[in-house]
Design a protein around this ligand. Structure first.
Ligand SMILES: NC(=O)c1ccc[n+]([C@@H]2O[C@H](COP(=O)([O-])OP(=O)(O)OC[C@H]3O[C@@H](n4cnc5c(N)ncnc54)[C@H](OP(=O)(O)O)[C@@H]3O)[C@@H](O)[C@H]2O)c1
Length: 274
């Protein structure tokens, strides 16, 4: 596994585990818990979840998976924007902690920007940090103008959509975050496992590298500094492939193939979101 250091020096793996759609079906629970534990064994010790996923169901699955191994995990959860107020954020955090069976989060994110003034949300995050309920806080789905308005050196990460089909952030957001030393967490890094993985360019590079298209997508997302990818996988083979993608290095020829199929942005694009 490869790692990066957050601004406060905390080391985190470049590959973590997403949990969207976990906790939706009781008959999948054992598979999901087993997958998260397997992912931890493989070094993907950052787990990303949210109160939104299965309305708390994903956090319960994560809670079961990390039981007895909390200290091995860098645990990330997210609050709904309508829970980002001075009274609602502490309650949302308590509810997440209870479902996760822990007394602290390593990182607590605002899932996307809503109606609460940013200053109020920041104050609420800071209070949770002082109380030891969260170690650090960050944001998600923030574009450059949002981050500039936030103007908060203590923000630990911004989580946004990033994969070869969604490169808009390379125009301004990603370079700005790199200059600020603000890590970017890439969600949907394998395009939700759908048609991106059937694209001829990914298939061509995968053949050349003796890898899978998903591994190529992950290696591509992780090719520069300051980016963490959080693929979600329940299939044990997917988990193994994803963990191994940290060691895959794309060649100049691979990059040229992918650049031709998925051109880099030449102008500002609205932030892509799912
Ligand atoms: N902040 C936000 O607004 C936001 C939005 C979306 C997502 N997220 C976070 O980011 C995480 C990742 O995004 P995502 O789950 O939407 O999409 P994703 O990770 O790009 O794709 C997940 C899908 O890809 C499949 N997959 C995983 N590894 C694979 C591999 N090696 N080969 C082939 N297929 C593979 C999975 O199948 P199996 O499960 O069957 O293995 C699953 O169906 C989420 O789970 C969530 O934690 C955050």
């Amino acid at each position: 596994m490869r790692y990066l250091n957050l601004k406060d020096g905390q080391s985190v793996p470049l590959l973590g585990q997403g949990t969207w759609h976990m906790g939706e079906r009781q008959d999948q629970r054992v598979r999901e818990v087993t997958a998260l534990r397997e992912g931890l064994e493989l070094g993907m010790s950052l787990i990303d979840t949210a109160e939104m996923y299965a309305e708390g169901g994903a956090e319960r699955v994560v809670g079961e998976a990390i039981g007895g191994r909390r200290e091995q995990v860098f645990l990330v959860s997210k609050a709904y924007p309508w829970h980002a107020g001075r009274d609602s954020l502490p309650k949302a955090c308590e509810d997440s902690l209870r479902r996760l069976g822990t007394d602290y989060l390593d990182l607590y994110l605002l899932h996307w920007r809503g109606e609460y003034p940013l200053a109020e949300t920041l104050e609420a995050f800071e209070r949770l940090r002082e109380q030891g309920k969260i170690r650090r806080w960050g944001v998600s789905n923030f574009d450059l103008d949002d981050l500039q308005e936030l103007d908060a050196p203590d923000c630990a990460a911004n989580q946004v959509l990033y994969n070869p089909e969604a490169r808009g952030i390379e125009f301004d957001l990603l370079p700005w975050q790199r200059r600020q030393g603000l890590p970017l967490m890439a969600y949907c890094p394998v395009g939700q496992g759908s048609r991106l993985l059937e694209h001829p360019a990914l298939l061509e590079v995968a053949r050349r590298q003796d890898a899978t298209p998903a591994q190529v997508a992950l290696a591509w997302v992780l090719r520069g500094d300051g980016v963490i990818a959080i693929p979600k996988a329940v299939d044990p083979l997917h988990l193994k492939q994803n963990a191994a993608a940290a060691d895959l290095r794309l060649s100049a020829e691979d990059m040229a193939t992918l650049d031709q199929a998925f051109p880099a942005p030449t102008r500002k694009r609205p932030l892509a979101m799912i």
